[in-house]
Design a binder for this molecule. Structure first.
Ligand code: FES
Length: 526
C-alpha cells in the first residue's frame, strides 16, 4: 500500500481500551490495532523474531507478548522489550474518523549508530546470545563509544538454538543463521574480533588478556563466554563420526557425516539429544537415543511429560535405550557401535553426544570473580568488581536484598537458556547506560520437535509436585511445578496463551497455590 493511501479497516467501537484486534490490509499483510487509553496504535501483526502472529498472543499492562517464544513489545511504542525478537515492530499510520478506523503507510523500525564523542570502550568477551544482544542494545541505548566483541567463533552471533533443530535437517549455511549480517556490525561500528578467546581477566584494571597474548583494557568489561558441551568420559569419544553439538562447526560436521550415515546413536535425552534425534530422524536415518533416565526430561519436567516426548519420538520411528549408561564407543578409526552399560551393543556410524553443558570460566581463575564455578552478579549484571559485568550462562544472578533480580523468588539463579541470556545482554547494556530497572521476567525456554513445541516459563529446579491441566498423553496440557506448595513454573504443549498469563503472575511475584492452579486463572482474578 502506498504511503499516502488509507484503507478503512474497522469500526472505532470494535477496539476497546487495553485490547487489540488484527485486520487484513491484503492477503499477505495484517495489522494489529491496539488501543491504549485514548490512543490507537497500528503495528505489524508479525513478531520480529520469526513471524508468529502477535494477534494470537496476549496484551497486559501495555505489553504485547508473542505466543510462540514470549518476545515482548511495548504496545505504545512498538519497542522490543524482551528477546528473542531483536527488532521493534514496524508501525502503520492510523487515524479515526466518523467512527471508522483507517490504516495508512508502513514505517519500518530502524536504528542507527549513535553519533557524538564518547571516549569509553566496552569490551564484550563472548559473541553468543548475551554478548550479541549486549553489543546491539548498547547502540540502541545511545552508546556512541567503542564496542569490541571478542569471540572464539569464526563468525558473529548466530542463532544457536537452530543448530540442533532445522540446521541439522537442512542445507542452511552459517550465514543463514547469523543473527545479523556482517554489514550490521560494520554499520554499528561494533568491532568483531573473531577466532580469539580470553585467557585471563584483571578485574580491578578492567583488562582482559587474549590467547594471542594481546591485552584489551576497557571502561566496562562484559563477560559473556557462555557454555561448552560437557565431555562424555568413556573410551572411543575421539573416533571419527562421534560429535558433540555446540557450535555451527559441530553442526556442519554432523550434517556432513549424516549424509553418509544410516545408524545414529544419540547419547543424552535432554534438549540437544532429543532435538538432534528428531531432526536426524527427519533426514530418514535410523536413530536410537540412550540415556540413564527412564524417560527423556524426567528430572526437568517429570515422568508424564517425559513419556509424552518419548511416545512422540517412538511414533516417528526413533528407538530408545533408557535407564542405562554408555560403557564405550567402539570402532577402529571411525565409530562402528556403542556399547551400553547393560551390555547392549548399538550399531552406529554417527554418534551425537548431548549430555549437558558447563560454563566457560577457566580464564577467570584467580580473578576473584568466580564463586562455585559461576560469576555472582546483581540484577543489573554487575559483579563485585565495579565496571565488570557477567551475563548469560556464566552469571549467577540475584540473591541479595537489593539485587534487582526482580522476579518471583529472589533467589540466586544461574539459568542456561537462550532467551534468558539475551535478556541479560539487554539488561547489561541498559545498566552500563545508567538504567536501573529490574530483570523482571520469569525465565522462558522452548523446544520444538516433530512439529510440536513445548514451552516453559519460570524457575523450578527443586519442584516437589506437578499438577496437570488437560491431557498430557494427547499432547495438549499445562503442567504446574510447585515448591513448598507454591507455583514456580509452568510447562505446556498447546496452551501457550494460558502459560503466558501464568508467566505474568510469576513475574509479579504472585503466590499461586496448587488449589488455585486447579481452580484456574479466574479464581485468582487473572
Ligand atoms: Fe515471536 Fe518467536 S516468533 S518470539
Amino acid at each position: 500500500m502506498a504511503d499516502n493511501e488509507w484503507k478503512e479497516v474497522a469500526k472505532t467501537d470494535d477496539i476497546e481500551s487495553g485490547a487489540f484486534t488484527s485486520v487484513e490490509l491484503s492477503e499477505e499483510e495484517s495489522v494489529l490495532l491496539v488501543r491504549q487509553g485514548t490512543e490507537l496504535h497500528a503495528w505489524e501483526d508479525s513478531c520480529t523474531h520469526v513471524g508468529c502472529p502477535l494477534s494470537f498472543g496476549h496484551l497486559a499492562d501495555g505489553v504485547l507478548i508473542c505466543p510462540c517464544h514470549n518476545a515482548r513489545f511495548d504496545a505504545t511504542t512498538g519497542a522490543m522489550m524482551s528477546p528473542p525478537a531483536l527488532d521493534d515492530l514496524a508501525r502503520y499510520d492510523v487515524r479515526e474518523e466518523d467512527g471508522r478506523v483507517y490504516v495508512g503507510g508502513r514505517h519500518e523500525a530502524t536504528f542507527k549508530k549513535p553519533q557524538g564523542h564518547d571516549k569509553r570502550t566496552v569490551a564484550i568477551i563472548g559473541g553468543g546470545a548475551a554478548g550479541g544482544m549486549a553489543a546491539e542494545q548498547l547502540r540502541r541505548e545511545g552508546f556512541a563509544g567503542r564496542i569490541v566483541m571478542v569471540t572464539p567463533e569464526e563468525q558473529g552471533p548466530y542463532d544457536r538454538p537452530l543448530l540442533s533443530k532445522f540446521y541439522l535437517a537442512s542445507d542452511m549455511g552459517p550465514e543463514d543463521i547469523a543473527l545479523r549480517p556482517a554489514s550490521f556490525y560494520e554499520k554499528m561500528e561494533i568491532e568483531l574480533w573473531t577466532g580469539r578467546r580470553a585467557t585471563a581477566v584483571d578485574a580491578g584494571a578492567k583488562r582482559v588478556t587474549l590467547d594471542d597474548g594481546s591485552e584489551l583494557t576497557a571502561d566496562a568489561v562484559v563477560l559473556a563466554t557462555g557454555s561448552r558441551a560437557k565431555a562424555l568420559p568413556v573410551p572411543g569419544v575421539d573416533l571419527g563420526g562421534v560429535h558433540m553439538l555446540r557450535s555451527v562447526g559441530d553442526a556442519a560436521a554432523i550434517r556432513a557425516d549424516a549424509a553418509e550415515a544410516q545408524n545414529v546413536v544419540v547419547i543424552g535425552a535432554s534438549f540437544i539429544g532429543t532435538e538432534a534425534a528428531a531432526y536426524l530422524r527427519g533426514r530418514g536415518l535410523d536413530v536410537t537415543v540412550t540415556a540413564p533416565e527412564s524417560v527423556p526430561f524426567e528430572k526437568a519436567f517429570g515422568p508424564e511429560v517425559g513419556a509424552r516426548f518419548e511416545s512422540m519420538h517412538r511414533d516417528q520411528g526413533v528407538a530408545f535405550e533408557l535407564g542405562t549408561g554408555v560403557s564405550r564407543i567402539r570402532g577402529s578409526k571411525r565409530v562402528e557401535s556403542v556399547e551400553l552399560a547393560n551390555g547392549t551393543v548399538l550399531p552406529a556410524d554417527l554418534v551425537v553426544i548431548g549430555v549437558g553443558a558447563e560454563p566457560v570460566v577457566d580464564y577467570l581463575e584467580g580473578s576473584g570473580l568466580l564463586e562455585d564455578g559461576a560469576v555472582p552478579v546483581d540484577g543489573f549484571m554487575q559483579t563485585g568488581s565495579p565496571g565488570v559485568y557477567a551475563v548469560g550462562d556464566i552469571a549467577r544472578v540475584g540473591g541479595g536484598s537489593d539485587s534487582g533480580a526482580g522476579n518471583s523468588t529472589g533467589e540466586a539463579k544461574r539459568v542456561e537458556h537462550w532467551v534468558v541470556a539475551q535478556r541479560h545482554g539487554r539488561q547489561v547494556a541498559r545498566s552500563i547506560m545508567g538504567t536501573r530497572e529490574p530483570l523482571e521476567f520469569a525465565p522462558f525456554f522452548w523446544t520444538r520437535q516433530f512439529e510440536t513445541s513445548f514451552g516453559y516459563i519460570g524457575y523450578a529446579p527443586r519442584y516437589e509436585e506437578i499438577r496437570y491441566k488437560g491431557d498430557v498423553a494427547a499432547g495438549k496440557f499445562l503442567a504446574g511445578y510447585f515448591e513448598n506448595g507454591i507455583l514456580k513454573a509452568v510447562g505446556t504443549i498447546g496452551k501457550g496463551k494460558t502459560a503466558v498469563r501464568y508467566g505474568l503472575l510469576l513475574d509479579a511475584g504472585r503466590e499461586i497455590t496448587a488449589e488455585q492452579f486447579e481452580a484456574g486463572l479466574s479464581s485468582i482474578g487473572a
